[in-house]
Design a protein around this ligand. Structure first.
Ligand SMILES: [Zn+2]
Ligand SMILES: [Zn+2]
Length: 162
């Protein structure tokens, strides 16, 4: 197993925690079923974050405990899914999102994790619109767009800790 992959497996298993920028929102993600994290280079993520890409991890919503006040923004994803993104009501840091195509699951914004420095994307999606100055590792898994089915997501990312 490559060094990067081993580190990734350890970084995203077990109980995880994180918080927003101002500290008003803190969360715990209990040990449970989740997929390995990925980077999304779609233009929506670029615009929403004001950055070059965003980093997500799919988790079971029942595993998440949040303290502090969240606010919510609704939007439609490029795929047509209706999504809601939850963030700190004070500092507006985004914590996680849900959408109507994957009931029971959320998508964590990995930069809010306390150990975000250890979290390595298992794959990069929407590389079709990746910013040209970003050089991905030669062995990175990539997709031009996004997986369509739950099975394709699992095949691309793998289940965390396995
Ligand atoms: Zn905050
Ligand atoms: Zn995206």
């Amino acid at each position: 197993m490559a060094h990067g992959a081993k580190r990734l497996a350890e970084a995203v298993k077990g109980e995880l925690s994180g918080e927003c920028l101002c500290g008003a929102v803190r969360y715990t993600l209990a040990d449970g079923f989740r997929l390995n994290p990925y980077a999304c280079h779609c233009t929506d993520c670029q615009t929403r974050t004001g950055s070059a890409f965003s980093q997500h991890m799919l988790f079971r919503i029942d595993d998440l405990t949040v303290e502090g006040e969240l606010d919510v923004a609704e939007y439609r994803q490029p795929s047509g899914a209706e999504a809601s993104i939850f963030g700190c009501a004070k500092c507006k840091a985004r914590i996680y999102a849900i959408n109507d195509t994957r009931e029971g699951f959320g998508s964590l914004r990995c930069g809010t994790l306390h150990n975000s420095n250890e979290v390595v994307p298992a794959a990069h999606i929407w590389v079709r619109s990746k910013q040209p100055w970003i050089a991905l590792p030669r062995d990175a898994k990539t997709m031009d767009a996004n997986p369509e089915t739950a099975e394709e997501w699992v095949n691309l990312l793998g289940i965390a800790g396995q």
